[in-house]
Design a protein around this ligand. Structure first.
Ligand code: IPM
Ligand code: MN
Length: 351
């Protein structure tokens, strides 16, 4: 029987609760679809940092490279200064495991939960391919004269030919495999960021020549935000840089019903990929059994798909869709009509 090694990182806040539900669904999927997992838990996060000062030890990073996939809950603890855990754990994992794609589907399962007037399930169904290892996230730059009125803070966007090309290429391949509208939109800011997006644009149209059956399209990031609200049905696959991808996928999450349902995959096509709900640690809901676990369960579906268990992935997604449509009163924490664990049980029952 096929066996996959999975590293489980529950993390902070509501992370452990949603990861628990994901693991429940994984166990059910294993017996139904005939595969196995060996799971190892890692206690990375705010609690460990506050107790021991450790963020992401080198030895753990090395161990993680030996897994088939990483399943992550959430990183971020209000007791720790912003940036320490996010950069030290989440971003470090993305960078060091070279997970250069952040794949974020924007899909509406039930139009009752869409905040857009007159839009339904057919209209909100696209995927954002976010570059995940470069751009403004690199941490290049610095301060001078910090703490004085002459202070200067510079933060630079790093865009390499290699980094842009592999991301753009992944997006074209993805649009081809997805086979929906066969359209790829480059989201940038060529009218202002005339270095970074000049490179992106040149690479985009160069790679496009290898994909004559994929329609190409360009939109500035500000206009992309506007179209995502006004005409989300115009999008099929969007490719963009790290920062813009971060921003537009929060907007994407809300048009698909909220953070409770939005999932993402940090992908290294030749290495260890990491799967996570994109909503964060939601500290105020911690331990209350009210957080929506469906984003984490959707991330599980993406993990199964990436591992090659496509049937199980599809079944999990279908079960989520059914629970959303037939059971839930809302996708928001505390308003679902069910507790966190009950929603997990409903997904298992529908699998
Ligand atoms: C995300 C998050 C992270 C990001 C934060 C927590 C560092 O917002 O996954 O979108 O900015 O990438
Ligand atoms: Mn984000």
């Amino acid at each position: 029987m096929k066996t996959y090694k999975i590293a489980v990182l529950p993390g902070d806040g509501t992370g452990p609760e949603v990861v628990g539900e994901g693991m429940k669904v994984l166990t059910a999927a294993e017996s139904k679809f005939g595969f196995r997992t060996q799971r190892a838990d890692y206690d990375l996060g705010g609690e460990r940092y506050l107790k021991t000062g450790e963020i992401l030890p080198e030895s753990v990073l090395e161990e993680l490279k030996g897994f088939n996939a990483i399943y992550l809950g959430a990183i971020g603890d209000p007791r720790v200064k912003p940036g320490i855990l996010e950069k030290g754990i989440l971003l470090r994992l993305r960078f060091m495991l070279d997970q250069y794609i952040n794949l974020r589907p924007v899909v509406l399962y039930d139009k009752r939960f869409c905040p857009l007037v007159d839009k339904s399930e057919e209209d909100v169904d696209f995927v954002v391919v976010r570059e995940n290892t470069e751009g403004l996230y690199c941490g290049t730059g610095g301060f001078s004269k910090k703490g004085t009125i002459d202070e200067v803070a510079v933060q630079e966007s790093v865009n390499t030919y290699k980094g842009v090309e592999r991301c753009v290429r992944y997006a074209f391949e993805y649009a081809k495999k997805r086979n929906k509208r066969k359209q790829l939109t480059l989201c940038g800011k060529t009218n202002v960021l005339t270095f970074a997006f000049d490179l992106w644009e040149r690479v985009f149209y160069k790679v496009a020549k290898e994909y004559p059956d994929i329609k190409t399209d360009y939109a500035h990031v500000d206009a992309t935000c506007m179209w995502m609200v006004k005409n989300p049905e115009w999008f099929d696959v969007i490719v963009t840089d790290n920062m813009f991808g971060d921003i537009i996928t929060d907007l994407g999450a809300i048009i698909q019903g909220g953070m409770g349902i939005a999932a993402g995959a940090n992908i290294n096509p030749k290495g260890t990929s990491m799967f996570e709900p994109i909503g964060g640690s939601a500290p105020k809901y911690t331990g209350k059994n009210v957080i929506n676990p469906l984003a984490a369960i959707c991330a599980l579906s993406m993990m199964l798909d990436t591992l090659g268990e496509e049937k199980a992935a599809k079944a999990v997604e279908d079960a989520v869709k059914k629970v959303v449509r037939e059971k839930l009163e809302s996708l928001s924490a505390g308003k679902m009509g069910y507790s966190t664990s009950e929603v997990g049980d409903l997904v298992v029952k529908n699998l």
